[in-house]
Ligand binder design. Structure first.
Ligand SMILES: NC(=O)c1ccc[n+]([C@@H]2O[C@H](COP(=O)([O-])OP(=O)(O)OC[C@H]3O[C@@H](n4cnc5c(N)ncnc54)[C@H](O)[C@@H]3O)[C@@H](O)[C@H]2O)c1
Length: 350
């Protein structure tokens, strides 16, 4: 796998996964050019996005690192997206920009249509036209899907062979739509594409809207934490380094043709080891206590299930392992401990 001398467009580069992926690419490949694209929206604390961009800029100034260019803009701005493709002519595109989150889609549905449908469509069109007039164009589009496409499926672990026709949130519906749009563009214009169904990603510089981060903030303030479905929920928590490593394996290899001669494939990237929410909270509290962030465990309020939530997520990663010899390996204790160390250095040293 070598990304040297390649131009790679990473959308969502001020976001959690896009930041870590961009950083790994410029750190490991001195002659890669990463073009970061992000609207830096205010869905969660912008200071965290600004910090990620600052770290990327700082890293790219070091000797022996690749180049990082950042463009602030909205994927829904077709003219801007087209101009980025014309100017930088990316060989690989990784589309991570999206409106994420399940609960927010109940109150702000427009944001999901704008970013995940119109924005993704603009990426597909730009990939298509990158090959105009015999240009080499985009060789591989890798895009983020989500474990949420499995909806309320009862059969576990979730396999990419399973049906995903019953989304229980608008977020899930947009991610499933992206997979279908990508398949059709891949077939129509022979552009290799790979969709990645990520399973609850956590780690340093993570997302404050996600449960582990919210729990931490409440525990630090001595507030009660709210646990839904009375704690009877299971999540396949996946550490960010595993997600980034898996994504870079996938980026380097275009999918083989399927039975319809289409180079489009979808993989699960998850830990293959679901944890109960109550055990998760216990491990988180222990890691926060070990770092001196809190001194004692918090109070818990057990509440019913929220609309849009699913009972469990559990990734079957055999396809990923078969095609790339890779599967996530970081234990929850190790990952949460690294998250707690970062949280302490970021919030408590200031
Ligand atoms: N983190 C997870 O647990 C998880 C799980 C499943 C899927 N995903 C998917 O992975 C991708 C990355 O997730 P993340 O956790 O890094 O989320 P994130 O919210 O931290 O990052 C997404 C970034 O996209 C940007 N963005 C949103 N709409 C945009 C638009 N229209 N134009 C330009 N930029 C826009 C946001 O400003 C943000 O910085 C998303 O597609 C998400 O749906 C994440």
């Amino acid at each position: 796998m070598n990304f040297n001398n390649k131009a790679i467009l990473v959308t969502g580069s001020a976001g959690f996964i896009g930041f870590h992926l961009s950083k790994k690419l410029i750190q490991e490949y001195p002659s890669v050019t990463v073009i970061g694209f992000d609207s830096v929206n205010t869905y969660y604390d912008v200071r965290l996005k600004e910090e990620r961009l600052r770290l990327l800029e700082e890293t790219s100034k070091r000797p022996e690192t690749g180049t990082f260019h950042f463009i602030k803009g909205n994927l829904a701005d077709k003219a801007l997206v087209d101009s980025v493709f014309s100017k930088y002519q990316p060989e690989i595109v990784v589309n991570l920009a999206a409106q994420a989150g399940v609960r927010y889609s109940i109150t702000n549905p427009e944001a999901y249509i704008e970013s995940n449908i119109i924005g993704f469509f603009n990426i597909l069109e730009a990939c298509r036209h990158s090959c105009d007039n015999g240009a080499l164009g985009v060789k591989h589009l890798v895009y983020a899907s989500s474990s949420s496409v499995y909806g309320g499926n009862k059969k576990v672990p979730y396999s990419t062979e399973d049906k995903t026709d019953h989304p229980v949130s608008l977020y899930a519906a947009t991610k499933k739509s992206d997979e279908l749009l990508a398949y059709s563009y891949s077939k129509l214009y022979q552009i290799p594409m790979t969709g990645l169904r990520f399973f609850t990603v956590y780690g340093p510089l993570g997302r404050p809207d996600m449960a582990y981060f919210g729990f931490t903030n409440h525990l630090v303030k001595g507030e009660t934490i709210q646990i839904f479905n009375y704690g009877d929920m299971y999540r396949d928590f996946t550490y960010i380094d595993d997600i980034v490593e898996g994504t870079s394996h996938v980026m380097a290899q275009i999918p083989k043709e399927d039975e319809n001669k289409v180079r489009h494939k979808v993989y699960n990237i998850g830990n293959n080891s679901p944890e109960s929410l109550l055990d998760f909270v216990e491990t988180l509290e222990n890691c926060l206590i070990a770092e001196g962030i809190i001194t004692q465990k918090g109070k818990r309020e057990l509440l019913p299930m929220q609309p849009g939530d699913v009972y469990q997520t559990y990734a079957d990663v055999r396809e990923l392992e078969k095609d790339f010899g890779f599967r996530p390996k970081t234990s929850l204790k190790e990952g949460l401990s690294r998250y707690a160390q970062w949280y302490k250095s970021f919030y408590q040293s200031k």
